[in-house]
Design a protein around this ligand. Structure first.
Ligand SMILES: C[S@@+](CC[C@H](N)C(=O)[O-])C[C@H]1O[C@@H](n2cnc3c(N)ncnc32)[C@H](O)[C@@H]1O
Length: 331
């Protein structure tokens, strides 16, 4: 009889042990929960969990060693988000099961409050920017990409969708209103929502100049329970100003009628951190996969996409997401 022990692959064991160790701490489980639909920098996470930065860095290192979190450089800052489980790899099923269980947990109320605070700090920085730059808005936008560089692509997607004559549209964050004439020509009624009085005044002047009779302007935070729906919702270069973009896409989905379309134009992921200072950007573009994943989580179906390469090295993505026609549940 052969009594020799089965051979143990130490590398494999190390990986599984790292995963178990990373999951074996209540604070780290709560960090994973907080990252379920968001990404945060180490300072933000330290603030959210009310612990020192070095303590939080240690926990993040343990989570990263177990491949439970992934990092993304945003200029000088590093943002953490959850890594996706690969169930075909060793530990992948455990990873997926851990996230499933974690998602059943509710974050403690004080942690949720501090997440809200971090989001409000991000949003305030963005709003403050637009109140300061309204007079030089176009020049500031053109530093990266101005409407002329993506207008035709958005219109190409829009026109392919063949909206009915009575269809309605909402433009979130119209800025100085440059896209409103295009929408006014294609939709029976258009509502433009902006939370910056200075920007909305620019849009108002443009509507007056162009005598756009079917456009109404509303001073409103699009993320603050807007009670409106439309057949088409357009977000041109706005998502990267939202504090929590994944959550924001859920709220944008609620503005859609069943069968309605969400058109999102934004930068692809980039590393030009000066854009934060110069253009008030909270996020340096987005990974294409992230947008599709967030939209899917918001109950939308990814449709066609167009990409526009710019001479200054930036790339723009124009994305279509649809609320299924059969999705008639009140949201
Ligand atoms: C970069 S500008 C884009 C303007 C225009 N869509 C374009 O493509 O030129 C972003 C606009 O979104 C608005 N905005 C940012 N956060 C918002 C929010 N939470 N609700 C409504 N508007 C918002 C800003 O005030 C600004 O007018």
């Amino acid at each position: 009889m052969n009594l020799s022990a089965p051979s143990i692959e130490h590398d494999d064991c190390d990986e599984l042990a790292a995963l178990c160790k990373a999951g074996g701490d209540p604070l780290r489980l709560n960090v994973l929960r907080a990252l379920s639909n968001d990404s945060f920098g180490v300072l933000e996470l330290a603030q959210i969990f009310a612990i020192g930065q070095s303590g939080m860095s240690h926990h993040l290192k343990v989570l990263a060693q177990a491949s439970l979190v992934a990092t993304r450089r945003e200029g000088n800052a590093i943002f953490y988000r959850r890594a996706l489980p690969h169930t075909e790899l060793l530990g992948g099923k455990l990873h997926a099961a851990l996230l499933d269980e974690v998602d059943q947990m509710r974050l403690p109320a004080d942690v949720q409050n501090r997440i809200g605070l971090v989001h409000r700090q991000r949003a305030a920085a963005s709003q403050d920017f637009f109140s300061r730059v309204a007079d030089k808005f176009r020049a500031q936008q053109d530093l990266i990409a101005g409407l002329p560089q993506y207008r035709d692509s958005v219109l190409a997607l829009l026109d392919k969708l063949s909206f009915k004559a009575m269809a309605t549209a909402i433009e979130v964050g119209p800025g100085d209103g440059g896209f409103l004439p295009d929408l006014a020509r294609r939709f029976a009624r258009v509502t433009a929502l902006d939370n910056s009085p200075a920007m909305l005044e620019l849009a108002r002047q443009l509507c007056e100049r162009e005598t756009l009779a079917n456009v109404s302007l509303q001073l409103a935070d699009a993320l603050d329970g807007v009670q409106l729906t439309a057949d088409c919702v357009v977000l041109n270069m706005v998502l990267h100003h939202f504090a929590a973009p994944a959550e924001a896409l859920k709220q944008m989905a609620q503005l859609l009628q069943p069968g309605g379309s969400l058109l999102v134009t934004d930068l692809c992921s980039h590393n030009q951190s000066w854009a934060k200072e110069a253009c008030g950007d909270l996020w340096l573009g987005f990974e294409q996969d992230d947008l599709a994943r967030w939209a899917t989580a918001a109950g939308l179906t990814p449709g066609e996409s167009l990409y526009v390469g710019l001479r200054n090295g930036f790339q723009i993505q124009v994305r279509h997401f649809q609320r299924p026609a059969g999705d008639t549940h009140h949201r």
